[in-house]
Design a protein. Structure first.
Length: 315
């Protein structure tokens, strides 16, 4: 049996989208068309991996009727899942699309978990690592869980020689970079790096210097910094690369970072070389922005756009 990628989402949600011509405050708004999807960064990763025909297992914590709805949605798309059940309700995240492309979001904070939940999840995670080639950890932590949780998960995976791709920010990222066991790959943006080192970064040359000299980043095999339409800056081991992507028709950029993580994870799981890892990540990120649905790619376009990604080695 082929090994799977384990895609972790600790704070999943049902993402509800309400399209309205005009949002009337302090009044009744009726919507005729509603979309509800199993949401959360790691679930976007899992969906894209599934579309790449890469074996994947979605995991994290889920509870209540919202949790059941998420599992049912994953079942309908044949995505395997092994979530740890909790005795609280998972969350809804509502986006109201109105008045000529304006977006108003109402985000529930989700469950408040306990140290016992955290200890149970660590045990659940350790058991989940059997027959896993790569772990992706995406997004924020629910309230009540310690900022050390991701670092603990990275340590457990490292001891089993399973690489971890971490896409998070703030304290959970900082703690994960401060430990003895480092994530195999991180995917912060320039602002998140500036937040980590607590000083502004003015340009790519300065960013490169920070990544090369700051001890926080020692031992991290891959650092992928998205530059949006300008591609990415990538540090692989001691080398730097500048990735450029073609001009594309952007339909929905939401979830493109998660789709990039899926591409990177897929290539790493398949033991691809460094060029293929970078180009695969860029391609899946691009393909997601060209689709209306979040965490969705048209795999038939993969080769065409893969060949349009260019890589330049920086000194």
């Amino acid at each position: 049996m082929a090994k799977s990628i384990l895609a972790i989402t600790m704070n999943p949600s049902v993402d509800i989208s309400y399209p309205l011509d005009h949002l009337q405050l302090n009044s009744t708004n009726r919507v005729s068309e509603v979309t509800k999807t199993a949401g959360g960064k790691g679930l976007n990763v899992a969906r894209v991996l599934h579309q790449l025909n890469q074996p994947v297992v979605a995991s994290g914590v889920l509870g209540g009727t919202i949790g059941s709805y998420i599992e049912k949605q994953l079942d309908q798309t044949n995505i395997r899942h092994e979530f740890m059940p909790i005795d609280q309700e998972s969350r809804n995240c509502i986006a109201i699309l109105h008045d000529d492309m304006q977006q108003t979001e109402i985000l529930e904070s989700g469950p408040v978990l306990t140290p016992k939940n955290e200890a149970d999840f660590i045990e659940h995670f350790e058991k989940s690592l059997e027959n896993i080639s790569v772990v992706t950890i995406s997004g924020s932590l629910p309230k009540g869980l310690s900022t050390e949780l991701y670092a603990k998960m990275i340590e457990i995976a490292s001891e089993k020689e399973v690489p971890v791709l971490l896409d998070s920010s703030g304290d959970p990222l900082k703690v994960s970079l401060s430990g003895k066991h480092k994530p195999f790959l991180i995917k912060p943006n320039q602002e998140e790096i500036a937040q980590l080192i607590q000083q502004p970064i003015h340009d790519l040359a300065e960013l490169q210097k920070v990544l090369a000299t700051n001890p926080l980043f020692d031992g991290v095999e891959w650092i992928v910094i998205s530059l949006g339409a300008d591609g990415a800056l990538v540090k692989y081991k001691e080398e730097f690369f500048r990735l450029t992507i073609p001009k594309i028709n952007v339909v929905n950029p939401v979830g493109s970072g998660d789709s990039t993580v899926a591409g990177l994870a897929s290539a790493i799981a398949n033991n691809a070389d460094d060029t293929e890892v970078m180009k695969t990540g860029m391609t899946t990120g691009m393909l997601n922005t060209m689709e209306k649905q979040t965490g969705f790619i048209n795999a038939a376009l993969f080769d065409e756009y893969y060949n349009k990604v260019t890589i330049k080695t920086l000194n």
